[in-house]
Design a protein around this ligand. Sequence first.
Ligand SMILES: [Zn+2]
Length: 313
Amino acid sequence: MNELSRSFGVHVIDTGYLRENFAASHMIVENGKAAFVDVGTSNSSKYLVQAVHAAGLKNEDVLYIILTHIHLDHAGGAGQLMELFPNSRLVVHPKGARHIISPEKLIAGAKAVYGEVKFSALYGDIIGVNAERVIEANDGFVLDFEGRELHFIDTPGHARHHCCIWDPKSGGVFTGDTLGLAYPELQRAGKRPFLVCTTSPSAFEPDEMISSIDRIMSLRPSTLYLTHFGPIKVNVESIRVLKNMVLTHKEVGLQAGADHAALSQAIDRLFVEAFSDYLDGHETDVDARALLAGDVEMNTQGVMVWIKRQEES
Ligand SMILES: [Zn+2]
């Protein structure tokens, strides 16, 4: 955890999904109350409850569960937590609300990808949320959390049901997956953050992702709270490289067409070269290729779905 991980009442919690340092939940504490941004899976609930108690708060003090989007590594545990935190309300993009209330489609989609056994191990039980406790956050919605304003920004590109949350008090934005991934193992002390984009299925839209990144940067944030993983200081060069990477995914996708192997190789090469550029000749014993292998596969699948949409439209 870096020095940003306890500033301005923002606590970073490792949800334990897949491995250490992969998926974070952020708990904002204000005036003795708590709000979570993204929550991991049902298997993560115990860590979030521990964090509430470690901050000297009770389950009743949790007022909001905020989701950047409804992919299960961010939102799978929401239903279970709403039962554990009786005074909480759930805040979500209007396009995600009905799937949080009735998660059957989310469950069926994930079971189709992972199979029944792996699905249960990864996600546990996924419970729907009572519609009366759900707040739909349109673009421009402002949540008054104990006097702390949280501004919701519609940010398509990674998913159509994605929003980012601008928190003027910390000067930070909770970015979900819009501003990419920055695994702690890949960061070198004293250097700019190393980011890679995430184009996972099924609604990757490169041009919208670039617009969403520009929109977030126009707020001039100082900190980005990434779900994968934790806070980073904003750096203009990191954002330039990230945007370039999105455009390169689009280009290599258009070149590779429906060839999964060619596209996967191109994305793997792109990540390896970007990390090598970042290291700039410095030695490392970190196996970036192994750390990013899952993202290469997800990005390949997402770009292929995007290509298919282009062909159909
Ligand atoms: Zn996602």
